[in-house]
Design a protein around this ligand. Sequence first.
Ligand code: GDP
Length: 326
Amino acid sequence: MDPLHQPLLDGDRRALARAITLVESTRPDHRARAQALLDGLRAEGRESLRIGLSGTPGVGKSTFIEAFGTHLTGQGMRVAVLAVDPSSARTGGSILGDKTRMERLARDPRAFVRPSPSATHLGGVARRTREAIALCEAAGFDAVLVETVGVGQSETVVASMTDLFVLLLAPAGGDELQGVKRGIMEIADMILVNKADGELLATATRTVADYAGALRLLRRRPGDPEGFPKALPVSAVTGEGLPEAWGEMRALADWRRETGHWARTRARQAAHWFEEEVRAGLLARLEGDADARAAMRALAEEVAAGRRAPAAAAAEMLGRLTPPAG
Ligand code: GDP
């Protein structure tokens, strides 16, 4: 058994940090060890409530997670925070990644805050996050918050690995309502309008009403209770609305557990990630094999020159793939 297995089950945060570093590594021996560790831990059958949280920069994500996480730990829960930062893998820059964020929560003995990985860790952003979630679950965290910046595809990826997806918005006039893409609205289980305090309170209240209206026009997801997805006001600064938001999240999670929707979603997600792993593995095998790369280039030229049809050339390419030696 892996030496990290038992410390993880005991909830040791240093072991958790080391295990996450392991799953972020792309070294083949590290990958093999990570896979064995994850498989062993999966058999323990521990589950957390996985909450995806998205919002544009400046909307108050770190302030919210700090306050919300502290609210949960105050109730005796153990809370882990992970970040999916789509920018850091590609550019080396990071929207989320400065380590000074969520300082209070990071010092909380019931919390674990993982800064978003640096660009030197080149493992797939999605895979390492999904595996880090699994490690947090094994380490006995009651809730895992997965934060992402509202850009591009990252929301869909986070939604495909979490049980609840929460969209954090700022108070805004009606015009800006149009700025939220329909696809994002459709995957949100809850919209929280942050900064509902002080001078922004009135605007926030109106924004909640606008989004509640917009959400009603979307089809309710089969299996979800009346009234969901919901829009609620919160203030990460005053803490106003946080207990209500948590109450609604728990109510929805409980409902989904009771109706079997939870288990079905997790099963579907696991199957999806299995297929993604196969896909990624096939591509990696192609890219890691000089002969395959050369054949790929040659066939691509044939296709570009109009001498071969794309599908026939692809079939030939796939036919060449042999199992790896050993
Ligand atoms: P992030 O980029 O989404 O992580 O946003 P931050 O948490 O860094 O917050 C951006 C700015 O909004 C900071 O100046 C915060 O102090 C402010 N902010 C965050 N939450 C609230 C809130 O609930 N009320 C008010 N008035 N300001 C907030």
